[in-house]
Every structure is written in structure tokens, then in C-alpha cells.
Design a protein around this ligand. Structure first.
Ligand code: NAD
Ligand code: UDP
Length: 311
């Protein structure tokens, strides 16, 4: 049995990860400041004998003994990370330094949940890990994009300078049950709007693309990366099936049977035009590829929100 720390463990991805790790016989310590996560996400785990929850903000040091650290703490939705951008930078910089300092002291392996956002408004398509990105350093998304970039830098420097055992994954848009109703990301927005009979808000003309990965596939990849020996990354984790935002809206309408209309709203600044992962490295190094298609994953997510909204 390993003791595993999950930062951001009460969030969307973190809660699924805690559940998976407990299911595989690990002792899990979840820390969260509940900024964008919720106790509801982990309530079902609270009676598990090997689950422990600590309210803690990663911008402060933490003293604990564990074997491994999954470092996920950081708001992921643009509306959340732009709410207090200075705090987002602190979470990425000070939070990652604190977790790396901990990993160094206790000799624990640490995995960083980085993001496809490190590629910014990519000029290379699909995005490979070798691409250095096209990021606006002074825009509204910079607190998150540049925050993740410096978090990756810190990981690599602690690895080279202090021999900390690190793993870096670059996560592409992931969706599924336990996204918050007011999360603000596109999949949850469209599903909630469709189920409530409200207009689906497509930003811009809806021709921008994203590639959507179902949460169970993502969690499997996180665990495989952590367990792989000698493979530091960074590695892209996502589903290479690319859709325009308009196609996603139409799919959600068809799957929910909703009579909602699609309306166009202004495009947020620096919204990337095309995003799709090249997952060759994940396939070769982790023997991983996603298994859940978009319709199947959306179906499960719609079922979740139907129950949550009781509609
Ligand atoms: P989320 O917002 O649901 O979860 C983030 C969790 O971190 C929340 O529980 C939040 O309360 C917690 N948190 C935030 N700041 C904290 C702090 N300073 N101290 C302690 N806890 C803090 O988002 P998610 O989708 O679950 O994302 C998890 C991680 O994966 C994030 O690091 C995110 O950047 C990364 N990621 C996610 C996606 C995606 O599509 N879901 C894509 C790329 C990267
Ligand atoms: N988007 C949209 N309507 C919404 C929410 C998002 O059209 O209600 C668009 C957004 O402009 C972006 C895409 O959907 O082009 C994905 O947005 P999200 O916030 O989910 O993730 P990110 O932009 O970080 O990839």
C-alpha cells in the first residue's frame, strides 16, 4: 500500500483520481482549498478507512510523509482562473515550489497536471510535445498559461538540480461527471443550458476547435504516467478526436433532445483557434490511448447533470 497525496483532490479530476487510487488499495491524502472544488465530489469517499481530507492551500508549505504526489491544485476553468489572476499565478508558482520542496525532502515522486494551454494559440497542428507554443505573456489567460509553463520549468529544474523524481502530463480538454454546474467550461455549459431549455452560448462563430477526452481515459493516463519508470515527460494526454465548438453544441442538442437555440456571443480574448493533441508519445511510452468516444462520454455526462439538476 502506498500513501499518495492528491492536491486539488476535491476538484473534478482530483475526485475521480482519489476514487481510482483508493479502489486500487492505496492510502490517499486529499488536500484542497475548495476554491473550485467541492465536498460533494468526495463525500462518498469520506467514510473510506484510507481516505483523509485536509483543508489546505498549496501556496503555504505542507509537512506530511507520503510516497507519491499528484499535483492538480489549480482552478482550470477560464472563469475561475481569471477571477483572481494573481492568486492563480501564486497557486502555480508558490504551490508548485511547495510541492516540489516537499517531494525533494521526503523523496517522493511528483506528477504535475500541466495543460495544453502551454501551447497557447498554437501554430503547429496537431500539437506535439516538441512544440514550444505561442502564448501571450500579458493577456487574460496568461495567469494560467504562463503559470503552467513556469510550473513545468520548476519541475524540470528541481529534476535537474535536485534529482527530484518528476512526471509532467499536458492535459487537453477533459469532461465528465462531477464538473460543477457553474464550472463555465464548454461541455458543462452546453449540457446544463440544454437541460434547462436555455440558449446554448457559442463564443465567436463556433469554428474554433477542441478535442474532448472523457474523464476515465484521462485518469488511466495519469496513473500510467505516475507508474512508468524512467519516463519524465512532458506527455500529451487527450483525445485526438477534434470538433468545432458549433459541432459540439449540435451534438449536445441531439443527445439531450433539447429544443434550446444556439446563440453567438463574443469570443473571449486569446481564445485558441485550433487544439488537438498528437498522442504518439503517450501511445509509445505508456501504451495508452483513449477508449471512450465523444457520444458515449457526453451521454454519461448528460445522465450525471440530469440527476444533479433533477430534470
Ligand atoms: P477543478 O477546478 O475542478 O479542480 C481544481 C481543484 O484544485 C479544485 O478542487 C480547487 O478547489 C483546488 N485548488 C485550486 N487552487 C488551490 C490552492 N491554491 N490550494 C489548494 N487547492 C486548490 O479543475 P480540474 O478540471 O479538476 O483540473 C485539475 C487540474 O488539471 C488542474 O491543475 C488543471 O489545470 C489541470 N487541467 C485540467 C484540464 C481539464 O480539461 N479538466 C485540462 C488541462 C489541465
Ligand atoms: N465556449 C463556448 N461557450 C461556452 C463556453 C466556452 O463557445 O459557454 C468556447 C470557448 O470560447 C472555447 C471553447 O469553447 O473556444 C472551450 O472553452 P473552455 O472554457 O471549455 O476551455 P478552453 O478554452 O480552456 O479550452
Amino acid at each position: 500500500m502506498r500513501r499518495i497525496l492528491v492536491t486539488g483532490g476535491a476538484g473534478f479530476l482530483g475526485s475521480h483520481l482519489c476514487e481510482d487510487l483508493l479502489g486500487n488499495g492505496n492510502d490517499v491524502v486529499c488536500i484542497d482549498n475548495f476554491f473550485s472544488g467541492s465536498k460533494d465530489n468526495i463525500r462518498h469517499l469520506s467514510y473510506h478507512p484510507f481516505f483523509e481530507l485536509i483543508r489546505h492551500d498549496v501556496i503555504h508549505p505542507l509537512f506530511i510523509e507520503v510516497d507519491r504526489i499528484f499535483h492538480l491544485a489549480c482552478p482550470a476553468s477560464p472563469i475561475h482562473y481569471q477571477h483572481n489572476p494573481i492568486k492563480t499565478v501564486k497557486t502555480n508558482v508558490m504551490g508548485t515550489i511547495n510541492m516540489l520542496g516537499l517531494a525533494k525532502r521526503i523523496k517522493a515522486r511528483i506528477l504535475l497536471a500541466s495543460s495544453s494551454e502551454v501551447y497557447g494559440d498554437a501554430r503547429v497542428h496537431p500539437q506535439t510535445e516538441g512544440y514550444w507554443g505561442n502564448v501571450n505573456p500579458i493577456g487574460l489567460r496568461s495567469c494560467y498559461d504562463e503559470g503552467k509553463r513556469v510550473a513545468e520549468t520548476l519541475m524540470m529544474d528541481y529534476h535537474r538540480q535536485n534529482r527530484v523524481d518528476i512526471r509532467i502530463v499536458r492535459i487537453f480538454n477533459t469532461y465528465g461527471p462531477r464538473m460543477a454546474v457553474d464550472d463555465g467550461r464548454v461541455v458543462s455549459n452546453f449540457i446544463v443550458q440544454a437541460l434547462k431549455g436555455e440558449d446554448l452560448t457559442v463564443y465567436g462563430d463556433g469554428t474554433q476547435t477542441r478535442s474532448f477526452c472523457y474523464v476515465s481515459d484521462l485518469i488511466e493516463a495519469l496513473v500510467r504516467t505516475m507508474n512508468s519508470e524512467e519516463f519524465v515527460g512532458p506527455v500529451n494526454i487527450g483525445n485526438p478526436g477534434e470538433s468545432t465548438v458549433l459541432e459540439l453544441a449540435e451534438k449536445v442538442l441531439a443527445l439531450t433532445g433539447s429544443k434550446s437555440r444556439i446563440v453567438l456571443r463574443p469570443l473571449p480574448s486569446d481564445d485558441p483557434v485550433r487544439r488537438c493533441p498528437d498522442i504518439s508519445l503517450a501511445k509509445s511510452k505508456l501504451s495508452w490511448e483513449p477508449r471512450v468516444g465523444l457520444e458515449e462520454g457526453l451521454g454519461k455526462t448528460i445522465d450525471y447533470f440530469r440527476e444533479k439538476l433533477a430534470v
